[in-house]
Design a protein around this ligand. Structure first.
Ligand SMILES: *[C@@H]1O[C@H](CO)[C@@H](O)[C@H](O)[C@H]1NC(C)=O
Ligand SMILES: *[C@@H]1O[C@H](CO)[C@@H](O)[C@H](O)[C@H]1NC(C)=O
Ligand SMILES: *[C@@H]1O[C@H](CO)[C@@H](O)[C@H](O)[C@H]1NC(C)=O
Ligand SMILES: *[C@@H]1O[C@H](CO)[C@@H](O)[C@H](O)[C@H]1NC(C)=O
Ligand SMILES: *[C@@H]1O[C@H](CO)[C@@H](O)[C@H](O)[C@H]1NC(C)=O
Ligand SMILES: *[C@@H]1O[C@H](CO)[C@@H](O)[C@H](O)[C@H]1NC(C)=O
Length: 897
């Protein structure tokens, strides 16, 4: 066979394998169709606290062997190339699932980093494990590849073993983001096959500083094959193995009996299977001993942490005793005794240089000692520095994103380790490093000057010359206290140079260079008077303006139709202040706008909602009052009246209405993304991310705040709920249904009609009890709405025993601090934990049983905005706020001086 044939036969095998797996996939897809959603949700819940990455994989999958949901690495790193292990080197026998046979390699760049953002955030312990298997992926039969592994800003290990290999570490993270970096040390191309992170809650492995690098893990007493125990037997997904050589002086013992591992005497949470086996000295001997020294080390005097794990697995005859001592580097501890089938962890002991132990039975002991497992960790070198100041990290990440900067070395911590500081950056290394200089000259940057640059508050020198930057020069540069160099020459900046910058430059505090910006105005006289309206005036001018516009439109309509005095007063004798207003749409027009009611886009208690097209091409939603529901007439008029008077960007706006005796319709702006309730449904196609949810909360709060505090008399919505929050194409939220759907829910509830009943799940308990309606009832409903956004759950959660109210579900979890169970698992940890906490606190503050205890919407709005800012700065996508901030800092402010 020549090479071509071999290749061909490989391809054949591959094709067959692919076909097989495809068929299997099809079948299982069909079988699991209905339970797929359930399974996903369950899985997300079970795997919570896990980040599991199959480096180099083409798609996410559920690993059948481990029950772990593996993700591709595309969301965690952008550099590198996907590769697969040579087919003849495929690993199938080990218990590591599919993850081992694909890898990502890093031919470019000195340091390449995976970015992990566990939802539990900073100041927590994480068990992190990285897998390496060369598997001749490049057909070069290499044996000498060697590279370094870093976690955070600390050295972790040198990877040099090209056969199957993994490193694990318990890492205490002082940052929300954990970087795992591969560093090319000039001995071949670094690669990685898999990366796992597991949250370790309250474990004795807690280090508070530095890391625990695992050196020895010994699951004694024999499992076949060794290392077969991991998730789900092990809640932390440790892979149990036997790192020590046992000689003939020990024997294995085991039990099938159950060991109680749930209690507090198993703080390291060892799996049953690990504790069910143990070793003891062979006949006649009375001690077990072991010596560990480190072959090579970065540390002159390494420090170790040792844990011993015991459980009595033999039934001891009455009157007999097993008692032992532990001698560690010459010091004796104990004596210890064990209880039948009860775990006992002894340690951790901290030792210098080496670990030398022997476990010996005491003189009065009838039985030899046993040992079920032990672990030795090396205390990772403490970092010389803390990581770079988080504010600076967030800012530089946002800058990287805003300008789409793709430099090989812009990965991991920006300032540390010293040798890997990002290019173009200089830092000071006082305590927590700060960025003091940024040079992005000639880097093909385009767009505006990003507002995140202004968050680098220790910056002394900024060079953005020779790019394609447009827009104005932010005035706020003058507020950076240490800035002494600002080079912006050779761009396409426009507008005026802020006065304060000129002043600083004139006084010699700042070297300012602005040459080569042809459209930049350097004269004092060109500072235009725009933006000189104080903000409050603008706010009060707008309604007037809208009124003017409205009457213009009204007049226009009248002229167009030649019908001037159609009264809105109804047969029911309701006389409205709208009497003089006209009736914009005839029923015939409604029919034509909706193309004879062709497309239904929604349905409420009052009737159906149709899609419509105005002559000018605008899309609208047409709500038709069904003829059978005369009850809705009052509410129909109420809504028309309200929406004609009240305008706000977060309230749905009325385009027109039709009120022709039997035929009544409301015409609204079309909201392309439907209502929030549908968006939050489990099977919704576009999952709202956390940032979008927060923005929706802020929008809704703004709308409601306006109704409560911006209108005289205040307006109480009375039926705030997720299905009444509508979303535009850009996910801007607007409140809908003012006093309309409420009446119909009321009708359904059939009892006293004069007391409107709202929607179950959202009703303020105080209002329900007393019938007393005020603004705070809306606040309660808003709290429920916020909970929906946070949890993704409806207000009434369906369970085995009927419905649970969302508040009853959230409160106990909140009290336990169990935020990960509360937050919508579909967000997969993609949020700032502090912000999520805050949002939850805000939600709960809306829902005390008595209305007096609830805050006003203006307070809630303020808090939510803060939360959104927090999220934006941590999420590093400040792109959207750039324009607004620049406008405030450059245009309005100087003229107010
Ligand atoms: C790699 O090793 C295999 C046998 O182990 C040999 O057949 C092959 O020629 C080697 N390839 C290279 C590039 O050295
Ligand atoms: C590390 O943490 C321990 C307590 O867990 C503390 O005693 C020690 O001072 C810390 N070391 C440093 C350098 O922070
Ligand atoms: C005890 O179990 C280990 C596997 O963990 C095995 O290698 C060893 O041979 C066993 N020893 C005896 C005496 O059976
Ligand atoms: C087994 O190992 C122990 C401790 O390492 C040692 O004392 C003993 O002599 C060894 N026994 C044999 C038979 O090699
Ligand atoms: C980071 O810098 C900001 C000022 O920009 C400061 O408020 C904050 O305390 C610093 N954080 C740390 C951890 O030093
Ligand atoms: C920025 O870098 C360029 C080229 O690398 C250099 O010419 C320029 O002097 C640097 N700017 C500053 C402020 O150091």
């Amino acid at each position: 066979m020549d090479g071509g044939q071999i290749l061909f036969s490989y391809i054949k095998v591959w094709v067959i394998l692919l076909l097989l797996s495809a068929t299997f996939d099809q079948n299982s897809k069909l079988a699991a169709k209905n339970t797929e959603q359930d399974k996903k949700r369950k899985l997300a819940a079970e795997n919570s606290g896990f980040i599991s990455i199959d480096c180099g994989a083409e798609e996410d999958y559920l690993d059948g062997k481990t029950g772990i949901n593996y993700k591709t690495d595309k969301d965690f790193i952008s550099a590198g190339k996907n590769k697969v292990v040579a087919p003849e080197r495929y690993l199938t026998t080990l218990y590591y699932g599919n993850m081992v046979n694909s890898l990502r390699t890093f031919p470019e760049g000195k340091r390449n980093c995976y970015t992990l953002k566990p939802r539990e955030g900073k100041n927590q312990n994480y068990y992190v494990r990285a897998f390496f298997y060369y598997g001749n992926y490049d057909s070069k039969n290499q044996t000498q590849i060697k590279f370094d592994l870093y976690i955070g800003v600390n050295y972790w290990a040198t990877v040099a073993d090209m056969d199957w290999f993994y490193d694990d570490i318990i890492h205490y993270s002082v940052t929300d983001t954990i970087y795992v970096c591969l560093v090319n040390t000039g001995s071949g191309v670094p690669f990685i096959n898999g990366l796992d992170l597991r949250f370790m809650n309250n474990s004795p492995y807690r280090t508070m500083n530095g890391s625990l690098i695992r050196r020895v893990q010994a699951d004694l007493g024999g499992h076949q094959p060794p290392g077969a125990i991991r998730y789900k037997d092990d809640v932390y997904d440790r892979i149990w193995r036997l790192d020590v050589n046992l000689n003939d002086s020990v024997s294995n013992i085991s039990t099938e009996a159950n060991i109680d591992i749930q209690g507090s005497d198993n703080p390291c949470r060892l799996p049953v299977e690990v504790l069910r086996t143990a070793v003891q000295p062979r006949n006649g001997l009375n001690s077990l001993s072991y010596i560990y020294t480190l072959g090579y080390t970065e540390n002159a005097t390494p420090e170790f942490l040792v844990f011993f794990h015991f459980a009595e697995i033999e039934q001891i005859a009455p009157g007999k005793l097993r008692e032992f001592t532990i001698t560690l580097n010459g010091l004796k501890y104990g004596p210890f005794t064990l209880e039948y089938l009860k775990p006992l962890t002894i340690g951790p002991y901290t030792l210098q240089d080496q670990v030398r132990f022997s476990i010996e039975s005491t003189s009065r002991s009838d039985l030899p000692p046993i040992l079920n497992a032990f672990e030795i960790f090396e205390l990772g070198a403490l970092p010389d520095h803390s990581p770079t100041n988080q504010t600076d990290v967030d800012a530089i990440m946002a800058i990287k994103k805003a300008y789409n900067i793709n430099r090989d070395d812009w990965q991991g911590d920006p300032c540390l380790p010293l040798t890997y500081t990002w290019s173009g950056l200089q830092c000071n290394y006082d305590n927590s490093p700060r960025i003091i200089s940024l040079n992005l000259s000639s880097s093909q940057l385009s767009g505006k000057i990003d507002v995140s640059l202004l968050s680098l508050t220790s910056m002394k020198s900024l060079d953005l010359s020779n790019n394609e930057l447009t827009g104005t020069v932010p005035k706020a540069f003058a507020q950076l206290p240490d800035l002494t160099i600002l080079y912006l020459s050779g761009n396409k900046l426009t507008g005026a140079i802020p006065y304060s910058l000129k002043e600083k430059s004139n006084s010699g505090q700042l070297q300012l260079s602005l040459d080569g910006n042809p459209d930049l105005c350097k004269m004092d006289t060109c500072e235009k008077k725009k933006g000189s309206f104080p903000v409050p005036v603008i706010a009060s001018v707008i309604p007037v303006f809208v009124l003017l516009l409205l009457s213009t439109i009204t007049i226009f309509w009248r002229l167009k139709r030649g019908r001037l005095n159609v009264s809105l007063s109804s047969s029911a004798g309701l006389s409205l202040s709208l009497k003089s207003k006209n009736q914009p749409f005839t029923y015939t027009e409604i029919v034509s706008i909706t193309n004879n009611f062709q497309t239904i886009i929604g349905e409420g208690g009052f009737g159906k909602v149709y899609l419509g097209n105005l002559i000018d091409g605008r899309q609208v939603a047409v709500k038709l009052l069904s003829q059978s529901s005369r009850q809705g007439y009052k509410e129909f008029l109420a809504e028309v009246e309200l929406l004609i008077i009240v305008h706000h960007r977060n309230l749905v706006s009325l385009v027109g209405y039709c009120n022709e005796q039997e035929n009544m319709a409301l015409v609204y702006e079309y909201m392309a993304n439907g209502n929030l309730k549908d968006q939050l449904l489990e099977n919704s196609t576009n999952m709202l991310n956390w940032r979008a949810r927060l923005q929706i909360a802020v929008d809704a709060a703004q709308g409601l705040e306006y109704l409560h505090n911006g209108c005289r008399p205040p307006i109480v919505h009375r039926d705030l709920k997720s299905s009444n929050i509508l979303l535009t194409e850009n996910l801007q939220a607007k409140i809908a249904d003012f006093g309309l759907s409420k009446a119909f829910t009321n009708e359904e509830d059939s009892h006293v009609i004069t007391i409107p009943a709202g929607t179950p799940g959202y009703i303020d308990p105080e209002f329900r009890a007393s019938g007393n309606l005020n603004k705070k009832s809306d606040v309660y409903s808003f709290g429920i709405l916020l909970c929906e956004l946070i949890t993704g759950q409806p207000p009434l959660i369906r369970g085995h025993q009927g419905h649970t109210h969302i508040l009853q579900w959230v409160s106990p979890l909140f009290e336990r601090g169990d935020i990960q169970s509360i937050i919508d698992p579909r967000l997969q940890g993609e949020f700032n934990t502090n912000c999520a906490w805050k949002a939850l606190e805000i939600a709960l503050s809306c829902m005390p049983p008595t209305s007096r205890q609830r805050p006003d919407m203006s307070d809630i709005l303020g808090e939510l905005k803060e939360c959104l800012t927090m999220e934006m700065s941590s999420e590093m996508s400040m792109h959207d706020s750039v324009e607004m901030n620049l406008l405030l800092s450059t245009d309005i402010a100087p003229n107010l001086r």
